[in-house]
Design a binder for this molecule. Sequence first.
Ligand code: KG4
Ligand code: ZN
Length: 334
Amino acid sequence: MKNVILAIESSCDETSASICIDGKVMNNIIATQEIHSKYGGVVPELASRAHQQAIGPVVKEAMATAGVTMSDLNAIAFTQGPGLLGALLVGGAFAKSMALALHIPLIGVHHMKAHILAHFIEEPKPKFPFLCLTVSGGHTQIVRVDDYLDMTVIGQTTDDAVGEAFDKCAKLMGLPYPGGPLIDKFAKDGNKDRFIFNETSMPGLDYSFSGIKTGFMNFLNKEKMKNPYFIEENKADICASIQRHLIDMLMEKVELAVKQEGVNQVAIAGGVSANSGLRMKLEELAIDKGWETFIPSFQYCTDNAGMIGMTAHFQWLAGDTAPLTTSPMPRMKF
Ligand code: KG4
Ligand code: ZN
């Protein structure tokens, strides 16, 4: 008998559904919420309402394109946390209703673990153990992965996430939300060595990104006093330089982690792993240091239900299902 899982992701500002059959992700339908760009960041209440509107059509499309009907489903998986409470509630309530109506099990998935297990959707797949730099709008972690469901955080940010640093710097330059992809786009034509920013040093494998925004704001203000058109005239170089700075901060700790753990398979995951500068730097390090590196395709970097389905498959095999009384956990522990 086939194992058919419907997976739902609704932790932030993407409503997504996917069908996973026997560990193979069949599709990955994503509705991105455009409404937030007007406000310079995700507005939680608007996100919940947009999820409510999108979830029905997105699930329907995932089932239709995979050629799956309600009676084919064996389990419903949903993102249990971490994420925005209202947004998680929409996906959770939808998943629970379906599980209740169809008398099938529910699987609660951890969003950040799913970003890591996105590496098992396509070839080439890493072997255990490997290290994963997980970088998103809410998290920055170095994780040691010993098995599908056996992972340990060995380093993390003590304040802002690196995605937040990208978005905040973009906002200071007058770019709309989310600014990370725009910094990436403009950086392609810029000189990454033109502007140098101060280092923040943290002990061990931990990070700190909260000082970046203030340092960057002071830099822009100082330059704007000399030339009010500084940002417009130097956009590409500013973007390339701040991007290089953030990537260097990330990779310095990854290099340390490789030495400390004696593991030289390195993967990246999460929204910021879509960044072309980071992807290029990882490839360079792979050649220089002899690492084996793993970079997911773009659609599995940012939030998507394919990774939720993939993770649910491993949880299903381990018998890890959730009761209908289970609740969303905005601060779900790793
Ligand atoms: O994983 P994700 O889609 O959502 C969260 O779980 O947070 O990550 C979103 C973050 C945002 O901060 C966004 O600006 C950043 O990923 N991001 C990027 C790029 N694409 C997405 N940052 C830099 N360069 C990119 N190409
Ligand atoms: Zn994410």
